[in-house]
Design a protein around this ligand. Structure first.
Ligand code: AMP
Length: 425
C-alpha cells in the first residue's frame, strides 16, 4: 500500500548487525586516535549550507519551510554543522580539538547502487592545527578506519589544491581563470581540459606535460616535476613531509600522490585526499577529506581546520564485495518450557541469565519441544534449556548444546555459572 521513498532504504536485523559491527569498530579507531564523539541535529537553517556554495546547492538539498516560516534543510553533509557548533560553543576548548561523528545525510541525488538520498557518514574534524604531523595523522586515521574494519583493497590518493594552483600559475593561468578548469580536472575530463588550455593560449608541450602529471600515479615523477616547475617550494616540502610520515611513522606504504584530486565542494584549501574501493566500480569513493576554511564565514576566529567523511553505506558494500565474513551475533541461550505450567519458572530462569548479560530468548508461542528446538536452531542459539516438570521437581533443568546435541542435567541455581564457565573456556 505504501512505498518507501525513492533513494531511501529499510535495514533488516542482519543488515543492522553488519552496520553496527562496522560502527563499533570505527568508533574504537576514532577513540584510539584521541577523537571524541559529538552529535548535531538532523536539520539546520538552510543558510548554513548556502553560505559557502550559494544557491546552486539548493538543487541537491532537501529544504523546507516550517510552520513559523523558517527556512530549514535536512543536512547534506556534516562539516558545516560541526563548524557551526564549534563557532557557537567550542571556540574556547583546548586545541587541537578532535571531534568525530556518525550521522545520516540527505541529498537529492540520482539514486543508484552506492548512491542514495538518505545515507550515513562517519567523519571527523581536526580543529586548530595545520602541521604536517596533524595532516599525516588525519590521513592515517581515515586509512586505518577502513583497514581496521577488515577492508583489504583500498586506494589512498593524496593531492594539494595549493600545489595544483601554483602548477596552473606556472602554466600562465591566473587564479580567476583556474576555476573554469577545476571541474574538468575533478571529473578527469582530460581531453576537454587539453582543448580548454589550448584556447587559453598555452603551448602544446606544456599542456601535455601538465596533463601527464595529472594522470600519473608515479609519486617520484610528480614530486620531481613539482620541484622543477612550481613556485610554492614550502608547500611541496610540507607535502613531502606528510608522505614521509605516512610511510615511515604510520607504516602506510600504498598511497598515491594524485594532482587531479580537487574535491567537489568549494571550501577545501590545500591538502585533499580520497580513499577508493576499486571493487565498487562507478561509486567507488569511500572517503573524501582535506583542509578547508569555514570558521571565518560562520563568524568565528580563524584557525586551521581539516577533516574527512567516510560513506558508511559504500563501506559496507565494499566489505560485502570483498566477501568479508561479518561476525554473526547469536542468541546464546533459548529457553523451552516443556508445558505451560513451566512458563513462570522458565521466565525466571531467562531473567536471571539476562541479568548476567547473557543474550537469552524464550519461546513465546507455546510451541511443543520439537518446534521450539527447530526455532532455536533457526535463530542460531548456542544452547537450549529445556524446563520440564520432572527436572524442576529436583530443582534441575536440561541444558542442550545445539551444535553437538549433547544434553546434561544441571541445577537451576548453577545455570548462570555453568553457562559462564563454559563461555570462558
Ligand atoms: P562528500 O561529502 O561528497 O565528500 O562525501 C563523502 C563520502 O560520502 C563519499 O566519499 C561517499 O562515500 C559518501 N556519499 C556521498 N554522497 C552519497 C550518496 N548520495 N549516497 C551514499 N554515499 C554518499
Amino acid at each position: 500500500m505504501f512505498r518507501i521513498p525513492r533513494g531511501t532504504r529499510d535495514f533488516t536485523p542482519e543488515e543492522m548487525e553488519k552496520r553496527r559491527y562496522v560502527e563499533r569498530q570505527m568508533r574504537t579507531t576514532f577513540q584510539v586516535f584521541g577523537y571524541r564523539e559529538i552529535q548535531t541535529p538532523m536539520f539546520e537553517t538552510l543558510e548554513l549550507f548556502t553560505a559557502k556554495s550559494g544557491d546552486t546547492i539548493l538543487e541537491e538539498i532537501y529544504s523546507f519551510t516550517d510552520k513559523s516560516g523558517r527556512k530549514l534543510a535536512l543536512r547534506p553533509e556534516l562539516t558545516a554543522p560541526v563548524i557551526r557548533f564549534y563557532v557557537d560553543k567550542m571556540q574556547m576548548s583546548p586545541k587541537p580539538l578532535k571531534l568525530f561523528y556518525f550521522g545520516s545525510c540527505f541529498r537529492y541525488d540520482r539514486p543508484q547502487r552506492g548512491r542514495y538520498r538518505e545515507f550515513r557518514q562517519a567523519g571527523c574534524e581536526l580543529i586548530g592545527t595545520n602541521t604536517p604531523e596533524a595532516y599525516a595523522e588525519l590521513i592515517a586515521l581515515a586509512y586505518f578506519l577502513l583497514k581496521n574494519i577488515g577492508l583489504k583493497n583500498i586506494r589512498l590518493n593524496i593531492g594539494d589544491l595549493d600545489v595544483l594552483s601554483s602548477m596552473l600559475r606556472t602554466l600562465g593561468i591566473p587564479k580567476d581563470k583556474q576555476k573554469q578548469l577545476t571541474p574538468l580536472i575533478d571529473k578527469s575530463q582530460f581531453k576537454d581540459l587539453t582543448s580548454m588550455l589550448h584556447t587559453m593560449g598555452i603551448k602544446k608541450k606544456k599542456i601535455d606535460e601538465f596533463v601527464d602529471i595529472l594522470q600519473t600515479t608515479d609519486t617520484q615523477k610528480i614530486l620531481e616535476f613539482l620541484n622543477k616547475n612550481t613556485s610554492s617550494k614550502a608547500k611541496i616540502e610540507e607535502l613531502e613531509k606528510i608522505l614521509d610520515l605516512l610511510r615511515n611513522s604510520f607504516d602506510i606504504k600504498n598511497y598515491h600522490v594524485n594532482m587531479s584530486i580537487v574535491r567537489g565542494l568549494d571550501y577545501y584549501k590545500g591538502l585533499v585526499f580520497e580513499i577508493d574501493a576499486p571493487v565498487l566500480g562507478a561509486e567507488k569513493q569511500l572517503c573524501g577529506g582535506g583542509a578547508y576554511e569555514l570558521i571565518p564565514l560562520f563568524g568565528g576566529k580563524n584557525i586551521p581546520t581539516a577533516g574527512f567523511a567516510i560513506g558508511f553505506d559504500r563501506t559496507i558494500l565494499a566489505l560485502e564485495a570483498e566477501k568479508f565474513v561479518f561476525p554473526k551475533p547469536k542468541t546464546d541461550i533459548f529457553i523451552v518450557p516443556i508445558n505451560n505450567d513451566m512458563m513462570d519458572i522458565s521466565i525466571k530462569i531467562a531473567q536471571n541469565l539476562r541479568k548476567e548479560g547473557i543474550p537469552t530468548d524464550i519461546d513465546l508461542l507455546r510451541r511443543d519441544v520439537r518446534k521450539s528446538l527447530k526455532y532455536a536452531n533457526a535463530i542460531n542459539a548456542e544452547k537450549t534449556i529445556l524446563v520440564g516438570p520432572k527436572d524442576v521437581e529436583k530443582n534441575c533443568v536440561t541444558l542442550r548444546d545445539m551444535r553437538t546435541g549433547e544434553q546434561q542435567i544441571i541445577k537451576i541455581k548453577d545455570i548462570p555459572s555453568k553457562i559462564k564457565t563454559k563461555k570462558l573456556q
